[in-house]
Design a protein around this ligand. Structure first.
Ligand SMILES: [Zn+2]
Length: 363
């Protein structure tokens, strides 16, 4: 394929001609799900973008190496490093083990992607399989003076990194002044984040490991930095994720990687997917009525590929909104029921919903 491929880069907020770091191959890392429950339709929309990107790069003649991670430990209910570990909380609520929860929802997630004809990545990697690599990266940051210890763990000191938050255009001074961001009381700065959390002294976690700092578990962000090094090297071409990763998770990944590895920029292009909205609200457990996951959509008479068609009907960076038209119903097309491809629909939906695309606030 001849012609120039141009990609929008969140880092620069501009469209840039694409050129791989190493001629002849493209390396992509996509932040994957936290597997404490089923991924809903909004999550699945996020993963259809790296699939589209992978296929587009191959169409342009690039061999692609694509890595997706599975977060199966360390993602707390609050992004501010407080609250429960989502995996352990789900295990308690269902009276099973965190390991069983992770295995179950990972399998369901991958089955959902297969139903959507998602092109399998070259590597699926999960956080619990890479604890030594995460410890090694934290030790590298510690040796360079980027960490400090609190009562509950080892934290990254964002004040030590003059480039911290550039991806998100964070105003750290305003954060500190307003105190708007809830944070653990022992943090030096609101934007500091956990690299290693210590197990509570009074309770035994299901998932915990020994480390140079004590028994505990890795913070959420360090897994992506450590696993991308493992499978893609110290730098790579494209990093994808949902737009909700722009303010916290991705700035933290950048800070860890650039300072531990001594490279900058760590990643050349950052690409983020807009949310799937329903009736004006982000799709989550509390919205979207009963049409929440792929099986429920299938039960309503839709082919999974109809959802793929729906999701690709809006620009990946834009917010895609589903609406119930007067009379109710659903239809997997951004314009009208009539546009549903016959090949994608197992049976013609009796009812119709429409989708519209709205420009993302990050564009
Ligand atoms: Zn990540």
């Amino acid at each position: 394929m001849s012609g120039e491929l141009v990609l929008y880069n969140t880092l620069t907020r501009t469209k840039e001609p694409f050129a791989p770091l190493e001629p002849g191959r493209v390396r992509i890392y996509s932040c994957g799900p936290t597997v404490y429950n089923r991924q809903h339709l909004g999550n699945l929309r996020t993963y259809l973008f790296p699939d589209l990107l992978n296929r587009t790069l191959r169409y342009f003649g690039y061999p692609v190496r694509h890595v997706i991670n599975i977060t199966d430990v360390g993602h707390l209910t609050s992004d501010a490093d407080s609250g429960d570990d989502k995996m352990e909380k789900a295990a308690r609520e269902t009276q099973t083990s965190a390991w069983e929860i992770a295995a179950k929802w990972t399998a369901v997630f991958r089955a959902d992607l297969a139903k959507l004809h998602f092109r399998e990545p070259d590597v699926w990697c999960k956080a619990t399989d890479h604890i030594p690599q995460q410890i090694e990266m934290i030790r590298a940051l510690e040796a360079k003076g980027f960490t400090y210890r609190t009562g509950d763990g080892i934290y990254f000191d964002t004040a030590k990194d003059p480039h911290y938050g550039e991806l998100a255009r964070l105003d750290l001074a305003a954060q500190a002044a307003s105190g708007r961001i809830e944070h653990a009381s022992e943090k030096r700065n609101p934007s500091d984040f956990a690299l290693w959390k210590l197990s509570p002294p009074s309770a035994q976690r299901q998932m915990e490991w020994d480390s140079p700092w004590g028994r505990g578990f890795p913070g959420w962000h360090i897994e992506c930095s450590a696993m991308s090094v493992e499978y893609l090297g110290k730098t790579f071409d494209i990093h994808t994720g949902g737009a909700d990763h722009i303010p916290v998770h991705h700035p933290n990944e950048i800070a860890q990687s650039e300072n531990a590895l001594g490279v900058r920029p760590w990643v050349r292009y950052w690409m983020h997917t807009g949310w799937l909205m329903f009736e004006g609200e982000k799709i989550s457990k509390s919205t979207g009525g009963s049409v929440l996951n792929l099986d429920e959509l299938i039960a309503k008479g839709f082919e999974p590929l109809a959802f793929r068609y729906f999701a690709l009907g809006g620009h990946y960076r834009q917010q895609l909104t589903g609406r119930r038209p007067p009379g109710g119903g659903w239809c997997a097309t951004p314009r009208s029921c009539a546009a549903t491809p016959a090949t994608a629909a197992r049976s013609r939906p009796r009812r119709c919903a429409r989708a519209s695309a709205k420009r993302s606030p990050t564009t």
